[in-house]
Design a protein around this ligand. Structure first.
Ligand code: PEP
Ligand code: MN
Length: 361
């Protein structure tokens, strides 16, 4: 449920509405103040008697939200969300580039790839000590504490914020203690609710990949698990983590010549449905470095807020996904061109961020 206050509503009137919802129904509210005030009710608002709220002074309109992914929905939160990590901003009018090696293999490989990624112009560095792999016989990373040490060294060497994939809840504290700035939830864990719920207790930014067997509703509902902090009774028991970044990476389809099928129309569609920043991954979708460049441009032209891609100092020898990794020079060219395409969109009158409203259907 969202409650639009009238243009001239006073802070006292707004507070009275919030008090009624919190005291009478035990729910929590999120208030957005721009030209007017909008109150978003967290939790399951079905218990609220709509009439008792709409009759309060200063209330203009009460709207019930029907989407199952309420907290992630643009109806609940019309403005674009911008997630900040130090000096890096993700979402809105910003273009943010995430890049680095698929996995940490050794100190030398990780640091060389990190320096290469920084020189190429990435904003957030991939530093992955742990890998979720389809087969147990594939490379899954070094012993975790060693991997985390190297991840911290990649951060210290470049001064960039780092992103690492969290597979196992038991590793969360070690990740945070090692200085991981952004937690990635991979496609294979994208609907694992205990992991998502645990992240709802923190403010650490989370990149949530699109599960490769999920539709949009399932993907955005997974985001709502992280954001809502809702318990089994529908109460907002936990504080809820609003710093969620969506990452599109394609789904399973019958075509096997590309690794996964990336439907470019998902980018503007998801942006219209959700206020969350949306990046896309041209490496894990195409699976082939010869395709990565053009796919990256396509995602940006379609309205993505950034990309995440694989950069490796020696792709031919990589233990994981070398076929889709690019070297530094190519990464630099791709990043420069993406920035050009992104600024061109403004000139074309095509929205790049929050400056132009995207109408939710
Ligand atoms: C990755 O980004 O390294 C990765 C494994 O991606 P996904 O979870 O989308 O397969
Ligand atoms: Mn990979």
């Amino acid at each position: 449920m969202i409650i639009h206050m009238a243009a001239g509503a006073t802070p006292d009137q707004t507070q009275r509405v919030i008090d009624r919802i919190t005291r009478d129904y035990g729910l929590r509210c999120e208030t957005i103040v721009s030209d007017t005030t909008v109150i978003g009710v967290k939790g399951i608002a079905g218990v609220i008697d709509e009439g008792r709220i709409s009759e309060l002074p200063g209330v203009e309109r009460v709207i019930r939200i029907t989407e199952k992914y309420k907290d992630a929905s643009r109806t609940f939160h019309p403005e674009d969300t911008i997630v900040r990590v130090g000096r890096v901003a993700i979402g809105g009018d910003n273009l943010t580039v995430f890049g680095g090696p698929c996995a940490i293999e050794s100190e030398q490989q990780a640091l060389e790839s990190a320096r290469m990624s920084k020189d190429a112009g990435v904003d957030v560095l991939r530093a992955f000590p742990d890998k979720s792999r389809t087969s147990p016989y594939d490379y899954r990373g070094l012993e975790l504490s060693r991997g985390l040490e190297i991840a911290a060294a990649m951060k210290a060497e470049t001064g960039l914020p780092i992103i690492s994939e969290l597979i196992d809840l038991r590793h969360l504290d070690a990740f945070l203690n090692a200085g991981v700035d952004i937690i990635q939830i991979g496609a294979r864990s994208a609907q694992y609710s205990p992991l998502l719920e645990e992240l709802s207790t923190l403010d650490v930014p989370v990149v949530l990949k699109h599960g490769f067997g999920n539709d949009m509703n399932e993907w955005l509902s997974a985001a709502a698990y992280i954001m809502s902090g809702i318990d089994r009774e529908g109460r907002s028991a936990r504080h809820g983590n609003r710093n969620v970044i969506l990452c599109y990476r394609g789904i399973k389809a019958f075509e096997t010549s590309t690794r996964f099928a990336a439907d470019i129309s998902m980018v503007p569609l998801v942006r219209s449905k959700s206020h969350l920043p949306l990046i896309a991954d041209p490496s894990h979708s195409s699976g082939d470095r010869k395709l990565v460049e053009r796919v990256a441009y396509g995602f940006i032209a379609a309205g993505a807020h950034g990309i995440e891609f694989d950069i490796h100092s020696n792709p031919a020898e990589a233990l994981c996904d070398g076929k889709q990794a690019v070297l530094g020079g190519e990464a630099r060219r791709i990043i420069d061109n993406m920035r050009r395409i992104h600024s061109l969109l403004d000139g074309l009158g095509v929205e790049t961020g929050s400056s132009v409203r995207v109408a939710a259907k």
